[in-house]
Design a binder for this molecule. Structure first.
Ligand code: GRF
Length: 201
């Protein structure tokens, strides 16, 4: 069986690109990205999708409230018979309807070691806090903010002389490694959720 994937992205889509690559080069088997959806008309993620022959959809958030917007997303997910929804730099909270409909089938990437530094500008938050180690997290999405069960994490040390930008770039390198890995584990049916803990079956 092929797992049908939709990616929600608001920006440049470098994580989307690594997932596309990991499917195209056979690292992730039995999966296909059927649609890239964005809330930003000019998101480069949409172009990346088009470059690989993937359908892209811009859904204009300015024309409706959050609940109606989520219903629009759901319509697209149903239309493409999506099994797995990936958030890859999607800067808007998903509402309960989608989370319920896709319970344990929505993954997100967050650029910190959760539960530290939730929300926006996580790299900046970590840098300004003065932590010595930060990183990135792939987690299931639940109703809370960056709060669902954790699938994979990767540590990134904060080095002397780092700026927010250099730190962000090194975290991104790790994001590009663990997101395809998490997708592979999901597609292979290896993720077992027990409470907050995700085991690998
Ligand atoms: C990444 O840092 C991701 O962790 C965060 O938003 C950024 C998206 O980058 N959620 P890209 O659009 O995948 O390049």
């Amino acid at each position: 069986m092929v797992v049908k994937i939709a990616v929600l992205a608001s920006g440049r889509g470098s994580n989307l690109q690594t997932i596309i690559n990991s499917i195209e080069n056979g690292y992730v088997k039995n999966a296909e990205i059927n649609v890239v959806i964005s809330n930003k008309r000019d998101a480069y993620a949409l172009e990346r999708g088009r470059n690989h022959g993937i359908s892209t959809v811009f859904l204009d958030p300015s024309r409706c409230d959050n609940a109606k917007y989520d219903l629009k997303i759901l319509v697209v997910l149903k239309q493409y018979e999506i099994d797995l929804l990936l958030l890859a730099g999607y800067f808007q909270l998903l509402g309960p309807e989608i989370i319920e409909a896709y319970r344990n089938r929505i993954l997100n990437i967050h650029p910190s070691l959760l539960p530290s530094f939730k929300g926006l500008h996580a790299q900046k938050q970590a840098f300004e806090y003065g932590v010595k180690i930060t990183g990135c997290t792939i987690h299931f999405v639940d109703e809370g903010l960056d709060s669902g069960p954790i699938i994979l994490q990767s540590c990134v040390p904060v080095l002397q002389g780092d700026t927010e930008e250099t730190l962000t770039a090194r975290i991104l390198e790790q994001e590009h490694i663990i997101y395809p890995e998490a997708v592979k584990l999901f597609v292979e049916g290896k993720l077992k959720i027990e409470g907050r803990t995700v085991g690998f079956g």
